[in-house]
Design a binder for this molecule. Structure first.
Ligand SMILES: Nc1ncnc2c1ncn2[C@@H]1O[C@H](COP(=O)(O)OP(=O)(O)O)[C@@H](O)[C@H]1O
Ligand SMILES: [Mg+2]
Length: 276
């Protein structure tokens, strides 16, 4: 990246203004606006099932139409052709496609070919080198030549993460990237995502159900509930017992462990009438 490009990248915040998204007549995201998302910041997008988290990310990636303004720096994301939008915005969906008979390394080379990075197209040798280097960073170099359709759910999730990262996008969006991972890989992946976001000044958005993991690794937490932004701020500001009750319908505690990390403990499901 040249100095001029780096300077440009640091100015490119992601702004979401008055955004509505739905399927047919069903409105899912309802006129949502948020403070700009800043480069180098990892945001956890949380909320109960059906809150609209995946829908919001799909809309940012241009996969479902919507209303309102989505801007990356001075660019209107909605006006960009999908191919160019994919260069700026990388999205790892919640359910990765099954039955893909390519090797993990082939999918990475294919991703670089389909969406050349900002520096321009790369040769196959260079794509291979970058692919292997990334798999080594992720700790899954042993999967390079394995076929995607022969991997476990967690391994496929790691391969999907590699596909999202290889393009070096400005905005990195991961939908539940840790849902199938064991404890060690959850920590490894979230640490790597946080470090990548900081080192490359990316705008990172990660959907998580594990609120303690969200608190530990993210700079900002956006809480979606019923298609609206219910809370938005630091983990300390947003993750409170009142929020757990209102949004998740549970009586819970938010406490600090002996290492100073926030722990979110759900003690019991509240009866329906106690939730309002
Ligand atoms: N392709 C679709 N067609 C119609 N409705 C959908 C579709 N995808 C999701 N929905 C609905 O939109 C709402 C939000 O879904 P989603 O964004 O997947 O929530 P979350 O990711 O927060 O669990 C849900 O009510 C869901 O049933
Ligand atoms: Mg979802």
């Amino acid at each position: 990246m040249s100095t001029a490009q780096a300077a440009e990248a640091t100015r490119s915040t992601l702004s979401i203004e008055d955004v509505s998204v739905g399927y047919g007549r069903k409105q899912v995201i309802d006129r949502m606006s948020a403070a700009p998302l800043l480069p180098g910041t990892l945001t956890a997008l949380v909320g109960p099932n059906g809150a609209g988290k995946s829908t919001l990310l799909r809309s940012l990636a241009g996969l479902v139409p919507g209303k309102g303004r989505l801007r990356l720096g001075t660019r209107d994301l909605r006006q960009l052709p999908l191919s160019e939008r994919a260069r700026h915005v990388s999205f790892m969906p919640q359910g990765l496609p099954q039955g893909v008979a390519l090797t993990v390394l082939e999918t990475l080379i294919g991703a670089l070919r389909a969406t050349p990075p900002a520096g321009g197209p790369v040769s196959d040798e260079e794509a291979t080198r970058r692919g292997i280097a990334l798999l080594e960073r992720l700790g899954i170099a042993d999967l390079a030549l394995r076929s995607l359709d022969r991997l476990s759910g967690g391994q496929r999730q790691l391969a999907g993460l590699a596909q999202a990262l290889i393009r070096e996008p400005d905005v990195l969006m991961l939908d539940e990237p840790t849902s199938a991972l064991d404890l060690r890989f959850q920590l490894k992946v979230m640490g790597l995502v946080r470090d990548t976001v900081r080192e490359h000044a990316l705008i990172g958005i990660v959907v998580l159900h594990d609120l303690a993991l969200a608190a530990r690794f993210s700079d900002r937490v956006m809480v979606l509930h019923g298609g609206r932004l219910r809370a938005d701020g630091s983990p300390d500001e947003t993750l409170t017992p009142a929020l757990l009750a209102e949004v998740y319908g549970v009586r819970g505690r938010v406490e600090r462990c002996s290492l100073g990390h926030l722990l979110v403990l759900a003690d019991e499901a509240l009866p329906q009438q106690a939730r309002a």
